[in-house]
Design a protein around this ligand. Structure first.
Ligand code: NDP
Ligand code: MG
Ligand code: MG
Length: 341
């Protein structure tokens, strides 16, 4: 059984006694900075010159500084820029200005696990990674609850890195739900696998194929959209509440029987072998290398794949249909509202 931590296991005064610099004020950055501030922690936000996030942070009353200056003031530096820019921000702005003995906190292990950031021996290296989107991390905190966090220590230079990690997890509200002990390696590899094989990659491809099969067979795209995309949320909500078993309990016997006989025809054992190959590419660094090399070239492959995804006919059908949903107040501008880290 994984080791779990709750509020009673952590001493909030540890992080309250530190000067914390949160670098980046996006999905996670804004949630960490605001939750820390509201937990009585001395926070400043580090951003690049001309950052579009600065006005938002200042609007919340937070002190905003250039990254280098924020780092110079800090005992704890929280690195919450996008993963693909962290190595450059670290090399150029953070490392040269890092105080002796300052701790580094990450929200995902990517750059440490794959060696893109190699901090010196004197720094604690921690991870406090909420298992949910930043906007939920903030909303839950404000409502007196929290999003579970996973907690890891890669380097314990001070001998007190775990106490600091738990104190930090309490301050952002994570230990109100639970903290789960892990390692940078386990977090990074399982996070990448989950999002690639199941949550993002697997689910997106499954939905697109389902839509294609129905529309190519002559069914109306609007009906296909409801069957393969819209209802997916309802099914996933049931799984989230009570496992696959609750989903099967709630659907009709017809649907449940179809699940048993057709699920394994669609997702064949070969798919499991493909998943193993995806995991191998994560573990051996091939995925990280491909991602970072593409990003360093300006993201040509990334942009091409994104454009291809946006051009899939299911997107146009969905855009039109969602406008008609009486209950749907959400706009399609969800740039700041994504779920999977
Ligand atoms: P975002 O993409 O939301 O971060 C954007 C922020 O980073 C903006 O404030 C942006 O400022 C700033 N930024 C971008 N480039 C630079 C730069 N070169 N120098 C300084 N600041 C920069 O990131 P996320 O919150 O999605 O991810 C942060 C970390 O949290 C990642 O490690 C991610 O894996 C992890 N994570 C994310 C989750 C999520 O819900 N999104 C969930 C769990 C973990 P500007 O306005 O200047 O562009
Ligand atoms: Mg149906
Ligand atoms: Mg992720």
């Amino acid at each position: 059984m994984a080791e779990l931590f709750y509020d009673d296991d952590a001493d909030l005064s540890i992080i309250q006694g530190k000067k914390v610099a949160v670098i980046g004020y996006g999905s996670q950055g804004h949630a960490h900075a605001l939750n820390l501030r509201d937990s009585g922690v001395d926070v400043r936000v580090g951003l690049r010159p001309g950052s579009s996030s600065a006005a938002k942070a200042e609007g919340e009353g937070l002190k905003v500084l250039p990254v280098a200056d924020a780092v110079k003031e800090a005992d704890v530096v929280v690195i919450l820029t996008p993963d693909q820019v962290q190595r450059t921000v670290y090399a150029q702005e953070i490392a040269p200005n890092l105080n002796e003995g300052a701790a580094l906190v990450f929200g995902h292990g990517f750059n440490i696990r794959f060696g893109y950031i190699k901090p010196e021996a004197g720094h604690d290296i921690l991870m406090v990674a909420p298992k949910g989107p930043g906007h939920l991390v903030r909303r839950e905190y404000v409502d007196g609850r929290g999003v579970p966090v996973i907690v890891a220590v890669e380097q314990d230079a001070s001998g007190a890195a775990w106490d600091l990690a738990l104190s930090y997890g309490k301050a952002i509200g994570g230990l109100r739900a639970a903290g789960i002990k892990t390692t940078f390696t386990e977090e990074t590899e399982t996070d990448l696998f989950g999002e690639q094989a199941v949550l993002c990659g697997g689910a997106s491809q499954l939905v697109q194929y389902g839509f294609e099969v129905l529309t190519e067979a002559g069914y109306q795209p609007e009906v296909a959209y409801f069957e393969v995309l819209h209802e997916l949320k309802l099914i996933v909500d049931l799984m989230w509440e009570g496992g696959i078993a609750k989903q099967r309990w709630s659907v009709s016997d017809t649907a449940e029987y179809g699940d048993y006989v057709s699920g394994p025809r669609v997702i064949t054992p070969e798919v499991k072998e493909n998943m193993k190959a995806v995991l191998a590419d994560i573990q051996n660094g091939a995925f990280a290398d491909r991602f970072i090399k593409d990003q360093e070239a300006g993201g040509p492959e990334f942009k091409e794949l994104r454009a291809k995804g946006e051009a899939h006919p299911i997107e146009a059908t969905g855009r039109e249909l969602r406008k008609l949903f009486a209950w749907s107040k959400r706009s399609d501008d969800n740039t700041n509202d994504y779920v999977e880290g």
